[in-house]
Design a binder for this molecule. Structure first.
Ligand SMILES: [Fe+2]
Length: 189
């Protein structure tokens, strides 16, 4: 890590997230940091952070705290690449550095009793995020969504800060009304 902007972001994010026990307060404190970080993306994003794949969106690790309490990734979305419907089980703050990222939300109608079955979801709204935009989510309850770039748009690149090492998440099968935990791969920094 050689960029003063990135070093400052990590230091401030770590300090602020430790002070905020409520995830909603945490993203309130961290979203402005992400807004500023986007402006300095050129000082720390290197060619390997722009790695992409024809087989799906690509997660390139930028930073992971030694105690796993924070992780920061550059995600590269080629046209037509999408996540599954998922939640993170963590707070997160996302900033777009290139292109336009689309986020489609889902609303859970059934109460979450911790079971992985009999889950009723309906589609919610859509948000389009251009370069400079910041969004966030909290697990109060979990924000369920899918993110990606439609086939007719160009590549998007986004920064994702999470309150844990993001090596797995819950994915949802709307028809089957189920969810399951899957491992999500990434490229090391
Ligand atoms: Fe997500």
């Amino acid at each position: 890590m050689t960029s003063p902007a990135l070093e400052s972001f990590i230091a401030q994010s770590s300090a602020r997230s430790r002070l905020q026990s409520d995830p909603a307060d945490c993203v309130l404190a961290l979203a402005p940091l992400m807004l500023d970080l986007i402006d300095h993306a050129g000082t720390f994003l290197e060619p390997h952070h722009f790695r992409s794949s024809d087989s799906g969106y690509t997660r390139n690790l930028i930073y992971e705290a030694p105690d796993k309490s924070l992780s920061l990734y550059a995600l590269v979305w080629l046209p037509g690449q999408w996540t599954p419907v998922h939640d993170h089980g963590s707070w997160g703050v996302v900033g777009v550095v290139e292109g336009a990222l689309e986020e489609r939300s889902y609303v859970r109608l059934s109460s979450d009793r911790g079971a992985d079955e009999e889950i009723d979801l309906v589609r919610g709204g859509v948000v389009l995020l251009r370069r400079g935009s910041v969004t966030s989510f909290v697990p109060n309850p979990d924000h369920i969504h899918m993110t990606g770039v439609p086939a007719e748009r160009s590549r998007a690149v986004s920064l994702h800060l999470y309150g844990r090492a993001m090596n797995d998440f819950n994915t949802y099968d709307i028809e089957a009304r189920t969810r399951r935990r899957i491992t999500v791969p990434h490229n090391e920094s």
